[in-house]
Write a protein that binds this ligand. Structure first.
Ligand code: PGA
Length: 243
């Protein structure tokens, strides 16, 4: 059975004080959440410990935004799987386009991180997606296929979430048509050996488009940036109305 997985990617936003404030506003909304929705918050590293304590007993899972492939070593600025699992982190975003674009992540390092996540007991959320230029050139399918081929090398598809995030839709307000996202996600699913992998859509998901996105049969959840920073908007997304 494919699970519904809704994740908030806070990127480099929120101090601990702002995180506390968010929780106070957000947690009461979860009382209204329908059953069977997995909710994940992926804050900056400095908020993870605080959230881990504050979320104890709640239905929210914790996710990190990066993981290195070594257990410990001289890698300034990196973080390892055991450091994350020790404080209750269960998921980790890997291969986000901002990491690929600004921090030199390649399909090879993405694959190392996905494998490490699994080795250390985390569930990777592997992000794939094309640029506007690649889409306009008719290359979206081939780019995504290559990202999957390389990113999924030697990984266990029983412990995996995939996020389809067209880069041109991230942070732009320019959402991919729900039916088009559905088509690409169906293509991604056809490349997998495990039919039960949950596949999310990400890119300008907002309260006003979440119901339409989640009405698509192939879309199992969403990865949300900007709209996950405000309690009301993220709550509306988590509590989407099924049609
Ligand atoms: P956005 O970001 O919702 O702000 O477009 C999505 C993401 O980067 O995961």
């Amino acid at each position: 059975m494919r699970k519904i997985v809704i994740a908030g990617n806070w990127k480099m936003f929120k101090t601990q004080a702002e995180t506390q404030e968010f929780l106070q506003g957000f947690l009461p909304y979860l009382d209204e959440s329908p059953e069977g929705r997995e909710v994940i918050l992926c804050p900056p590293f400095t908020d993870l410990s605080l959230l881990s304590q504050s979320l104890h007993g709640s239905l929210i899972h914790l996710g990190a935004q990066n993981v290195h492939w070594e257990e410990y070593a001289a890698y300034t600025g990196e973080i390892s799987g055991p450091m994350l699992t020790e404080i209750g982190v269960r998921f980790v975003i890997v291969g986000h386009s901002e990491r690929r674009q600004y921090f030199g992540e390649t399909d090879a390092t993405v694959n190392l991180r996905v494998r490490a996540a699994q080795r250390f007991g985390l569930t990777p959320i592997l992000c794939v997606g094309e640029t506007k230029q690649q889409r306009d050139a008719g290359e979206a399918e081939s780019v995504i296929t290559l990202q999957l081929d390389k990113g999924l090398l030697d990984i266990d598809q029983n412990n995996l979430v995939i996020a389809y995030e067209p880069i041109w839709a991230i942070g732009t307000g320019d959402t991919c048509e729900a039916t088009e996202a559905n088509r690409i996600i169906s293509l991604i699913r056809s490349k997998l050996s495990n039919p039960n992998v949950s596949i999310q859509y990400g890119g300008s998901v907002k309260p006003n488009n979440i119901d339409e996105i989640m009405a698509q049969p192939e879309i199992d959840g969403v990865l949300v940036g900007g709209a996950s920073l405000e309690p009301e908007s993220f709550a509306r997304i988590v509590n989407f109305q099924s049609v």
